[in-house]
Design a protein around this ligand. Structure first.
Ligand SMILES: *Cc1c(COP(=O)(O)O)cnc(C)c1O
Length: 376
């Protein structure tokens, strides 16, 4: 069994009757024939398609999800002396991007049900230096942007959604990446909307901000060899844009399949397991289940027992951000100050999850989970 299955995805039939594999090959050949490898028409085309999908006016395709965060912070003039409030439980990029600008990440604990930042903790983390909040929509479910936007408005802060795992999910009928000042996502291959390499995007309704993000992602250039700002090489490759355009044709179908798979796991868990609960999705939210994550005790042993049965699992994430050595000299907090994140980091276990997993496979995963976890 595969944890995710990108090979099965290639054999899917697309709206024009071809397999995805064929359409991707055709598009790649087309880019090679035309030779516009840097900022070819496919990049702008992808930006239009994705902005339209998310329901915002602007999309800027960039080199990765990490760069999308960094470039967004740079465009908001965040730098040395500034503080950015963010979650203690995420992939490293979220906080790494803050440090790269010279600003300081101020970590807060998470909500025990959604694993996303607990908005009620934002106020205690505020200082005169606070400029922005980065909330992550972890495992595919949007953070509580209604509350986050309210606090931000009250204190004049920018809000960024790190939507690397949540592209395609919704909050109150609005799509992830369109829920606050800037939404960012990642096209890393295993993400819900993944390409075949690194890539990412920024989304906003602010035209001026979008212009600045675009400039920064292209060496601060307004026209060739005229550099108004310090930027970086943060462009998305034309080839990657072409692949993503092909994949977008089945993306909305895949979002539905992901939700179906999530619901199937919920049903099976509710039926057979009383001691392990399905992930909780808050009212008004949908999830794309970038990960289908449950909690177990004796995680390492459970993982090994499941692996012995041929079932791969993963841990997102085994340590909390404030405990990473990389932040040792930057923050002055102890990991005990994030009790919920800390507890979750010891218990979370992600199960095999992709749009094409079969119901029988899901039954197998859960029965193996039951047998393995009951041993402890
Ligand atoms: C994957 C991920 C990123 C980074 O994306 P890259 O494209 O790999 O740079 C950032 N934040 C979160 C929450 C992620 O899951």
């Amino acid at each position: 069994m595969n944890f995710i299955d990108l090979q099965k995805q290639l054999e899917q039939i697309t709206p024009n009757g071809n397999t995805l594999r064929k359409n991707i090959n055709l598009r790649i050949q087309d880019v090679i024939n035309k030779g516009k490898f840097i900022l070819g028409p496919e990049v702008e085309n992808l930006e239009k398609v994705l902005a339209n999908y998310v329901g915002v006016s602007e999309c800027i395709a960039v080199s990765s999800g990490t760069d999308a965060l960094l470039i967004s912070l740079m465009a908001l003039n965040i730098g040395p002396g500034d503080e950015v409030i963010t979650t203690s439980f995420s992939f490293i990029s979220t906080a790494e991007a803050i440090v790269l600008t010279g600003a300081k990440p101020v970590f807060i604990d998470i909500d025990k049900d959604t694993y996303n930042i607990d908005p009620s903790k934002i106020k205690t983390a505020l200082s005169n230096s606070t400029k922005a909040i980065i909330a992550v929509s972890l495992y595919g479910q949007p953070a509580d942007f209604e509350s986050i936007n309210n606090v931000a408005k009250e204190h004049g802060l920018f809000v960024i959604e790190d939507g690397a795992q949540s592209f395609g999910s919704m909050q109150n009928n609005k799509l992830s990446c369109g829920l606050c000042d800037i939404g960012t996502t990642s096209f890393f291959p295993s993400k819900p909307f993944g390409g075949y390499g690194d890539g990412g995007a920024c989304f906003t309704n602010d035209t001026k901000l979008a212009q600045k993000i675009r400039m920064i992602s292209r060496h601060g250039q307004i026209k060739r060899y005229s550099h108004e700002l310090i930027g970086l090489n943060g462009r998305l490759d034309t080839l990657q844009a072409a692949i993503l355009l092909a994949k977008f044709e089945i993306f909305e179908k895949e979002v539905k399949l992901r939700q179906k798979v999530g619901q199937n796991y919920n049903k099976i868990l509710n039926r057979v397991l009383k001691n392990i609960e399905p992930p909780k999705i808050k009212n008004g939210n949908t999830s794309v289940y970038a990960q289908y994550t449950v909690e177990v005790n004796n995680r390492e042993e459970v993982q090994q027992l499941m692996l012995d049965k041929g079932i791969p699992t993963a841990v997102h994430y085994p340590s909390i951000l404030p405990g990473q050595k990389a932040f040792e000299k930057i923050i002055d907090k102890q990991i005990e100050e994030f009790p919920i994140a800390l507890e979750k980091s010891n218990k979370v276990l992600s199960l095999p999850m992709h749009p094409y997993i079969e119901l029988e496979e899901q039954e197998l995963v859960v029965s193996s989970l039951l047998k393995s976890s009951n041993k402890f």
